[in-house]
Design a protein around this ligand. Structure first.
Ligand code: SIN
Length: 307
């Protein structure tokens, strides 16, 4: 059975990607990283950032609210100190974030090298006062940022969109016309937690980004909607916890998926997901996983099978 997926020149051995921010920069858990289709780093900004004050995580049933605030060592330290030490063979995708539209292409020019398979443009972080989701809520800014990154690299360019207070179809189409190779969505949803005892905001950064199984139906909705509106591949994510979820996202139109919050609970979860994905393919006689992409059937369609 064939579980590989190719996007542009990059072959992903399987459709599972480790989402940005859930596995650091790739120095640890190399045995896990080597088994998945692709690895995406924590967001890298031009200058180093200390991120938001603690507490940064709020747990609730079926979801996690995070407010990390893009803590990272900055592009130069990532290139000089971290990148040379990464020794996994899985395609490495660097998530890049900016506070000025020019930051994104500047970071790409600093980092572009053979070791990196591609870049994920992060215009969807909900935890920063400038940039992040504010850029990703505007199709014109989205187009400008993607155009500049496209000019700066020939490598795989993925644009990670927000679904907060906008229709991601508009920004997906803007990113597609500017030359992105794929769209990833959704990033976390705006959320707020209040400490009742203290009667104050729970998170140090006040607001956070909601992820986990609670957001899965909305993420699936967005993946299906966006994948029907564009021609380039969609990378889906939002609350995936097992192989069934992976297949649902692929049926809805995702070519690859990202596992995020689950990694924080069980860093080895990808092993079980991959094992179960193969079982699912055997049961449903699916020879190549790419055959199910976008093949969700209408309720009145009796003939169409996904295998
Ligand atoms: C964060 O660092 O606050 C999260 C990053 C993101 O949501 O893109």
């Amino acid at each position: 059975m064939d579980i590989s997926i190719k996007i542009k020149d990059t072959v992903f051995a399987n459709p599972i990607l480790l989402a940005s921010g859930t596995f650091g920069y790739g120095s640890d858990f190399v045995s896990v990283i080597n088994q998945v289709g692709g690895f995406i780093t924590k967001g890298i900004t031009l200058a180093p950032r200390i991120g938001n004050p603690a507490p940064r995580i709020y747990e609730l049933p079926g979801a996690i609210l995070n407010s990390v605030g893009l803590e990272n060592p900055g592009a130069l330290d990532f290139r000089n100190k971290i990148l040379p030490r990464l020794n996994f063979s899985t395609p490495l995708i660097v998530n890049i974030a900016g506070f000025d539209t020019a930051d994104f292409s500047t970071i790409v020019k600093i980092l572009d090298c053979d070791r990196i398979a591609g870049f994920e443009i992060n215009i969807s972080c909900p935890n920063v006062k400038t940039g992040g989701a504010i850029f990703g809520q505007d199709p014109k800014l989205t187009e400008q940022i993607v155009t500049e990154v496209r000019r700066a690299t020939k490598k795989l360019v993925i644009t990670k969109l927000t679904a907060n207070f906008i229709d991601p179809v508009n920004t997906a189409q803007a990113a597609e016309s500017a030359g992105t190779d794929a769209i990833s969505l959704i990033n976390t949803l705006y959320g707020l937690a209040i400490d009742l005892k203290e009667q104050k905001y729970f998170l140090g950064g006040k607001t956070g980004g909601l992820s986990g199984p609670a957001i899965k139906p909305f993420a699936l909705f967005c993946v299906e909607r966006v994948s029907k509106a564009i021609k380039i591949p969609v990378i889906g994510g939002g609350g995936i916890v097992n192989a069934t979820d992976v297949c649902e996202f692929m049926l809805a139109g995702a070519s690859l998926v990202q596992i995020g919050s689950l990694n924080l609970i069980n860093p080895f979860a990808a092993f079980d997901i991959l094992k179960d994905l193969k079982k699912y393919m055997k049961i449903y006689k699916i020879k190549a996983i790419r055959q199910i992409i976008g093949k969700v059937r209408s309720n009145d369609d009796k003939n169409n099978t996904c295998g």
